[in-house]
Design a protein around this ligand. Structure first.
Ligand code: AMP
Ligand code: ZN
Length: 113
């Protein structure tokens, strides 16, 4: 989608520090990390947020979570624990309107983060 930051990262117009890619999913390091590990896992197809997922996207969502779990293992935080977050809308602080799951870990996380 035009004027979508993460679509531009998918098409390579904007560079990113990629940590995973397949035909459906891209994962890259957050530019403003909130913890030692902070990766964003996104679908390559534009979906504006988790609230816009359809039942036909169930498999895609499962894949996003599976990739997040795999990356948690590869990045060494699967034993110590981590958080998967998807912000939806203004009160949650969603700033990029292309579905993304934050994978955050590598330190003890406070709930008011
Ligand atoms: P949210 O506020 O939940 O919509 O998350 C958006 C995230 O995208 C924030 O954590 C930003 O730091 C991150 N971000 C914004 N621009 C970039 C970029 N060019 N590359 C990587 N991460 C980005
Ligand atoms: Zn997009």
């Amino acid at each position: 989608m035009e004027d979508c930051l993460f679509c531009k990262i998918v098409d390579g117009t904007i560079p990113s520090a990629k940590v995973y890619e397949d035909e459906d999913v891209l994962a890259f390091k957050d530019i403003n990390p909130q913890a030692p590990v902070h990766v964003l896992i996104i679908p390559k197809r534009h979906i504006s947020g988790a609230d816009k997922l359809k039942r036909s996207d169930d498999k895609l969502l499962g894949k996003l979570v599976a990739v997040a779990n795999q990356l948690a293992k590869e990045l060494g935080i699967s034993e110590t624990g981590y958080r998967l977050i998807s912000n939806i809308g203004d009160d949650a602080g969603q700033s990029v309107h292309h579905l993304h799951i934050h994978l955050i870990g590598g330190k003890v996380l406070n709930w008011d983060n």
